[in-house]
Design a protein around this ligand. Sequence first.
Ligand SMILES: C[S@@+](CC[C@H](N)C(=O)[O-])C[C@H]1O[C@@H](n2cnc3c(N)ncnc32)[C@H](O)[C@@H]1O
Length: 343
Amino acid sequence: MESTGKVKRGQASENEEKIIASTENSMEEKMCESLKSHKLPDYLLYTGVGGAKNWLKLDGSGTFPVARRLKDFLEENIASVVRFIPAGMSLVSVGVGSGEKERILLEELIKKNLAERPASEKVPIIYYPVDINSQLVDLALEKARDLPVEKKGIVGFIEDMPLLKEHWRLPVLFSILGNTFCNYEPEFILKLVYENLEQGDLFFFDASLLPEPGPGEDAQSVRKSVLGTYASRENALFNMYPLLQYGMAPEDFDFELLLSHVDSRIGALCRTRKSLNILKDTEITIGSETVSFREGDVIRMGFTYKYTYDQITALLDINRFDILRAFLSKDGENAIFLAKKRT
Ligand SMILES: C[S@@+](CC[C@H](N)C(=O)[O-])C[C@H]1O[C@@H](n2cnc3c(N)ncnc32)[C@H](O)[C@@H]1O
């Protein structure tokens, strides 16, 4: 994934600034190149005005509860989480989306800062909502508008973390929320974060876990429940959005979801894999380009790891992170981790 590397600054409103570390101008080109090679990586589901709406619709839907449950779980545990975050840290949240979870976090961080430094009028927090979608950065800034912290939105890719970090003031609480951690190869994301955090920074993320089989349940029923969450019509439409946007009809292709095991340094891990199966010869036009599909073509999409709690702690350990605090929901399906680089 490339970014322009250009940095543009704009005043979003008083006391707010938006930095464009990569632009969406070439997203159409990327969409075209990807589809020509029968690939549709997840970030392309979120681009442009349509992409922002696509995500917000899924996030709000009753049948796709992943992000909503993680939000409820964060809300329940926020006071305990914040106890372990020193006052005066900046908040960087990448893949911020609507910024709902960050508002919950900021409100509690502000309370803590005010309680610890009652004499100071200003709260020394800078909030950096980061997303590839500029509209979502605006929405996250808007969500935090009335909070007494400095704000700097950044439009950019997490993969460009070395470029993004030039813009933030240390120390940072570096967050990736809404199950984003599980949408990357574990060794890739943990190496990226490790290499770009400084001593004194903290790493904060959540995860929607692989459910433990209940009494009388077997691995097969667990698989069914995972597939059920991701195979809802709302999630299928979310994943089909780019092809629908370029004029294909829902009956021209199928959304398929598989659950498989992949090898890793800590043993077999469970992972969903998505694809779009073309059912009819079709041509779509993207800008000035035409992309053709034949019946039987398969467009490979992104994946989501379904980890157990112990697998995440093992991954953090071998990638040289120490857990400061971790929370596991009673039903075992949601977890939150606050970690730091091992010294
Ligand atoms: C699953 S949503 C989670 C949104 C939000 N964190 C939440 O919990 O509701 C993923 C978010 O990451 C953004 N995103 C996708 N790929 C990205 C990338 N490579 N770098 C930065 N943000 C990305 C999307 O635009 C979207 O807002």
